[in-house]
Design a protein around this ligand. Structure first.
Ligand SMILES: NC(=O)c1ccc[n+]([C@@H]2O[C@H](COP(=O)([O-])OP(=O)(O)OC[C@H]3O[C@@H](n4cnc5c(N)ncnc54)[C@H](O)[C@@H]3O)[C@@H](O)[C@H]2O)c1
Length: 425
């Protein structure tokens, strides 16, 4: 095997499962992270991220002797960079983690190495930023070492499965680099491997998430139009999606997470004059928390002193991740309006809030006038309205996801107002 050892930089949602999967396929793997707390947790046989099956895979990787972790890279046949690429407050890409990770590899490089960037990055990052850094080693990309970009598209909650089964795009700075990447990942990837050039692979990742962002922005705009015309957007989307070539995503209180709400900005920053639609979609989705608050104000009048129970805080259902969560933004906006808020999330995410945080549905609703569903976690979708009615004086419910059946809830005494549906419904 050309690549018998691999050094993975970044032991997060992407790097840790990747490192363990290589280890379980017999490679000698070094996992590197600059956060000593994470290294301690891993060495103690624990994991710092919620992901089904990950803990036992990590423990097995250590037990087999194929995985070790450390705070700095070591010489290896291949290096994978899986560090964060967040956006700054001004929506520009923060590539500082990619830069420092690439710099940390330089002293350990030797001829024949393969370096793969996996972090979601603006177009040309691999060739314009990573390549010159790596060439400080005195080795030439394409002559002395291989260099590739390969995006990750796993779904949190199914990472270990999707890592292996998903199609993988590998873009080389030249054909030999793409082929080298294929050789490395073919150790475990069972999905199709698509070879291309590095910048195309970077674009592919950004196009995937931008496509979803634009599609959700369209659904949000349809929701606004539907309300205007007295139409139920949920019924309309469901009917439209019966068209064999139409797939409209769902509206909601906004788009969050560290991918879909972030990655389109990389295109906007790189070529603002060419990315007008992308930027517009971002702003439609970013306005959606404000739209939810406007909706409440339209229904309730002034929100000052109104007692609102907020249900759900994370950026999407059934994960404990609050990064860029629109629900948190709705809470902030409601607090600015002077509403008295109690907030409950069954997944108990760690987050500072401008609302009273409670640990049960019962406590959240006990004094509420209004119940507001922001995240359709399974436990919240399944609330029994008759039971809820016995826990709360509230008789108005706002559902931002159309998961509460309006007829059943009406029977239990609630007036349900659903985002994207006429208020009489
Ligand atoms: N999480 C996902 O579902 C997902 C999906 C697709 C793509 N991505 C992309 O993958 C990349 C990594 O995301 P993540 O969710 O794994 O991030 P993460 O924050 O979970 O983990 C990244 C880790 O890298 C470490 N790190 C930072 N600088 C380092 C350095 N110089 N050397 C070594 N370690 C360093 C951090 O301490 C952190 O533990 C990002 O670009 C992200 O956009 C993530």
């Amino acid at each position: 095997m050309k690549f018998a050892s691999v050094c993975v930089l970044g032991m997060g949602y992407i790097g840790l499962p990747t490192a363990c999967t290589f280890a379980s396929h017999g490679l000698r793997v070094t996992g590197v992270d600059v956060n000593p707390r994470i290294l301690d947790v891993l060495r103690n046989g624990e994991v710092h991220i919620e992901e089904p099956g990950l803990k036992s895979v990590v423990q097995e990787a250590f037990r087999s002797g194929h995985l070790r972790v450390g705070s700095a890279p070591v010489p290896a046949d291949a290096f994978i960079i899986a560090v964060p690429t967040p956006i700054n407050a001004d929506k520009t890409a923060d590539l500082s983690f990619v830069v420092s990770a690439a710099e940390s590899i330089v002293p350990h490089m030797r001829p024949g190495n393969l370096i793969v960037l996996e972090s979601t990055s603006p177009p040309r990052t691999t060739v314009d930023i990573v390549r010159p850094i790596l060439q400080r080693s005195g080795l030439r990309a394409g002559q002395d070492f291989y260099l590739a970009y390969s995006p990750e598209r796993v779904l949190p909650g199914q990472i270990l499965h999707e890592l292996v089964e998903n199609a993988r795009v590998i873009g080389g700075i030249d054909t030999a680099s793409a082929e080298a990447g294929k050789e490395l990942y073919s150790v475990f990837v069972r999905g199709e491997v698509v070879l291309t050039d590095a910048t195309t692979a970077e674009m592919v990742k950004l196009m995937e998430n931008t496509y979803r962002d634009v599609n959700i922005a369209l659904a949000n705009e349809f929701a606004r139009l539907a309300e205007h015309f007295g139409v139920d957007v949920w019924q309309a989307i469901s009917a439209a999606n019966r068209h064999p070539r139409v797939k409209i995503l769902k509206p909601g209180p906004g788009v969050g997470g560290h991918c879909i709400s972030v990655d389109p900005w990389f295109l906007v920053e790189a070529a603002p004059e060419l990315a007008g639609l992308v930027a517009k979609a971002r702003s439609v989705n970013d306005e959606q928390p404000r739209y939810v608050v406007d909706l409440l104000r339209r229904e309730l009048g002034s929100l000052a002193q109104r007692r609102i129970a907020v249900l759900g805080l994370t950026y999407k259902p059934d994960v404990d991740d609050v990064r860029e969560s629109p629900a948190i933004e709705v809470v902030q906006l409601l607090a600015q309006e002077g509403a008295q808020l109690t907030a409950f999330d069954p997944l108990a995410p760690q987050v500072a809030l401008s609302a009273e945080r409670v640990d049960s549905l019962e406590r959240a609703v006990s004094r509420a006038e209004v119940v507001l569903l922001l995240v359709p976690h399974q436990a919240l979708r399944e609330i029994d309205p008759a039971q809820l009615a016995s826990l709360t004086p509230a008789r108005v419910a706002f559902d931002c996801h159309s998961v509460w059946d309006r007829t059943t809830w009406a029977r239990a005494g609630f007036r349900v107002r659903t985002l994207g549906a006429p208020s009489a419904a």
